[in-house]
Ligand binder design. Structure first.
Ligand SMILES: [Zn+2]
Length: 430
């Protein structure tokens, strides 16, 4: 039998080493030691890590790469970012949104990021960004799974027209119901929006992913309503709560009651560490809060946790490069997740956990899964995060779709020319 692709001598995230992976007709056919067969292409992994692709569970593709349009965010706050986006919205064109989104998708693929859940703002009666991102979704489908969330950026009740626009966006094919209860005018309106939006999802058989409590206010407790409505409507395992930054500042007793409620309801938690640490705490003097939600405690409760990139070069964040290893790296620091086990968990939070939340079919490295994977210039997940390792090869359905040369440093010290793989500067076996 001739395979489409064989990768030899790979390490896998589960700790197995020296394995060969064979792909045929777009699917993984075998993962074994010593596959001796013909293939259209053979890659030598050389003992480096082969991982399932990265997955970004929280992004804003309609705003990405718009940095500086029409001006920069001076205060660095969420609210100025929303206001700035509001200034830009009337001047958006479908062509410009599509062009920026496609450019970002190219960047994502180069980083081994092959699935993205993006929120799309529906608070524009033209639904211009919705149409643009649906077009992008269609165009990138051969190489990237793009899932869209109908997101009422300016408030589901607060923004005139958002109630109708959200339904129209879902009618057009947007996949997931979004929300932003902490941005409604009152706590009561926020709670009512959670109820109504969950009912829409239940009626239509859709998932829910809300921006929930993205604030430092410890009394912002819409997650409680979201967990309650999830249970009441039988939406277990179909609901995700994004950000949850207020939980960082909540009373410990209250959280001890809240987390079991979330676990019971099967609500997933999505943190956005790069954005949480720069957007939250802006009204603090010292000490300044970090803002990221309580990931280690939620993990201990069995709550499914994942990390999103959220923003790249847009009104809220000037940096970012589509690198989910950078996201995991920041999460480790902000969440004090430095044990070996916790660092591996942070890797799962940008791969298998978000794949589960998105409901991606055929994701993984088992025989029968899609032939989608990334070869990294690192021996394991922790080294990949530490070095933000080069993506030597990105594979989609058995075809190599992006390649980056291995990073080799040429040292010339004391007249000793030497080639060094960055991973070998500090080799350590634990
Ligand atoms: Zn967001």
């Amino acid at each position: 039998m001739t395979f489409d692709l064989i990768i030899r001598n790979a390490n896998l995230p589960d700790g197995r080493t020296g394995l060969d992976i064979a792909i045929k007709d777009g699917r993984i056919a075998a993962v074994e030691h010593g596959i001796h067969a013909e293939a259209s292409r053979i890659l030598d992994a050389g003992g480096y890590l082969v991982s399932p692709p990265f997955v970004d569970i929280h992004f804003h593709m309609d705003a990405t790469l718009s940095l500086g349009l029409p001006r920069l965010n001076q205060s660095g706050t969420l609210l100025e970012g929303i206001a700035l986006w509001g200034e830009l919205k009337p001047f958006l064109t479908p062509e410009a949104v599509i062009e920026r989104a496609l450019r970002y998708c190219d960047l994502a693929v180069s980083q081994g990021l092959l699935a993205i859940r993006s929120h799309v703002d529906i608070c524009d009666d033209r639904l211009l960004a919705v149409d643009a991102l649906l077009e992008v979704k269609r165009r990138v489908a051969p190489y990237l799974d793009l899932q869209l969330v109908a997101f009422p950026q300016d408030g589901y009740y607060r923004s005139p027209g958002a109630v109708d626009n959200l339904r129209h966006a879902l009618d057009k094919g947007v996949d997931v119901v979004g929300g932003i209860p902490h941005f409604e005018r009152t706590m009561a309106d926020g709670a009512a929006s959670v109820r109504e939006l969950c009912e829409i999802a239940a009626d239509r058989g859709l998932q829910v992913d809300m921006h929930c409590d993205e604030t430092d206010d410890p009394l912002s407790r819409h997650i409680e309503s979201l967990a309650y409505e999830t249970k009441r409507l039988g939406l277990q395992s179909r609901v995700a709560a994004s950000h949850l930054t207020s939980m960082h500042s909540m009373d410990n007793y209250y959280v001890s009651k809240l987390l079991p409620l979330m676990a019971e309801a099967g609500v997933a938690a999505i943190a956005n560490p790069l954005i949480n640490i720069v957007i939250q705490g802006r009204h603090d003097t010292y000490p300044k809060r970090r803002g990221m939600t309580r990931i280690p405690e939620m993990r201990d409760q069995g709550i499914v946790c994942a990390f999103g990139h959220d923003c790249v070069m847009d009104p809220w964040y000037s940096l970012g490069s589509g690198d989910m290893l950078e996201v995991a790296h920041m999460a480790i620091h902000v969440g004090h997740m430095t044990s070996r086990e916790a660092m591996r968990f942070c890797y799962d939070a940008v791969t298998i956990n978000p794949a589960r939340i998105m409901g991606l079919e055929g994701y993984g490295l088992e025989p029968g899964c899609n032939g989608d994977l990334v070869l990294l210039q690192a021996k394991d997940q922790i080294e990949a995060i530490r070095l933000k390792a080069s993506r030597l090869a990105v594979v989609r359905r058995g075809q190599v779709i992006a390649e980056t040369p291995a990073r080799i440093v040429h040292l010339q010290l004391d007249g000793r020319p030497n080639k060094v793989d960055p991973a070998t500067y500090a080799p350590i076996e634990i």
